[in-house]
Design a protein around this ligand. Structure first.
Ligand code: UDP
Length: 248
């Protein structure tokens, strides 16, 4: 697997099929390693650049997928192109399909009360036979760890899908995954909100144009601050770095 270095942060050049194959393999390995999968976007890169412990967490993850479209533009500008984008939504659908056809089991952790259950219901309808080992909203902070770990350990899933939003979900996994009995965890952000229908996915043409971040901004204005703090800086640093490379 080839990795890209996007402003000092590792992001892997993987396709959806490759990610699913790797995850299936890891889920069934008996080496008892717990593997953390990060679905990254430009905000992740900026968070990792400004926080050494978070950077270490991302750079040492088993897999860092290029989720945000901004990473694909950055890869091109930095002459380290990605072959494709691997979004959290697409990954969860692909894993649910895979679970319906095998013994792979998923635990849905996070999101608001009842959302993980609604997402599970929707996955069961779309992929009859999908193995949902459990659902729990839980609490992203460390004082919720004991209760969540008890539930996850009892459910014995192969994979924990953690929907606590960027940074929080990854720290949750770093603190708990090795004690959970699961082989791996994947940070999936707002994916349960989409799958349960609580949040509408952007229309296909908007997604194809790589503009769903703009669509989400319109629907969730609280994102403005977060995105405005990270994305323009990300763009500026990428452009500067690309110019530096060309002058060298
Ligand atoms: N969330 C949660 N607990 C928290 C913070 C967030 O369950 O303490 C959930 C929230 O309900 C949503 C998801 O985490 O379902 C975060 O979604 P968002 O789209 O913000 O993810 P990001 O863009 O950060 O990956």
């Amino acid at each position: 697997m080839q990795s890209r270095n996007i402003l000092g942060v590792r992001v892997d050049d993987v396709t959806l099929d490759e990610v699913v194959a790797l995850i299936e393999e890891w889920a069934h390995e008996k080496d008892s390693l717990s593997r953390l999968v990060v679905t990254a976007n430009p905000e992740y890169i900026m968070a990792a650049r400004s926080n050494a412990s978070f950077r270490e967490l991302v750079n040492s993850a088993a897999l860092v997928t290029p989720d945000g479209v901004g990473l694909l533009y950055a890869g091109k500008l930095l002459r380290q192109p990605f072959r494709s984008r691997v979004t959290g939504v697409a990954l969860v659908h692909a894993l649910a399909k895979c679970s319906a056809e095998s013994d792979l089991s998923l635990f849905l952790l996070g999101a608001a009360e009842g959302v993980a259950e609604a997402a599970a219901e929707s996955l069961r309808k779309q992929y009859p036979g999908v193995k949902i080992a459990g659902c729990f909203a839980g609490n992203a902070a460390s004082d919720g760890d004991f209760e969540t770990l008890t539930k996850v350990r009892r459910a014995q899933p192969h994979i924990v899908l953690v929907a606590y939003g960027m940074v929080k979900q990854d720290y949750w996994a770093a603190r708990n995954l090795s004690k959970s009995g699961a082989a791996l965890s994947i940070g999936v952000g707002g994916v349960f909100d989409y799958i349960s229908g609580r949040t509408r996915l952007a229309p296909l043409w908007v997604r194809r144009a790589g503009l769903e971040w703009l669509y989400r901004l319109g629907r969730e204005p609280k994102r403005w601050r977060r995105i405005l703090e990270a994305v323009p800086f990300f763009g500026a640093v990428v452009l500067l770095e690309a110019a530096r490379q060309r002058l060298r």
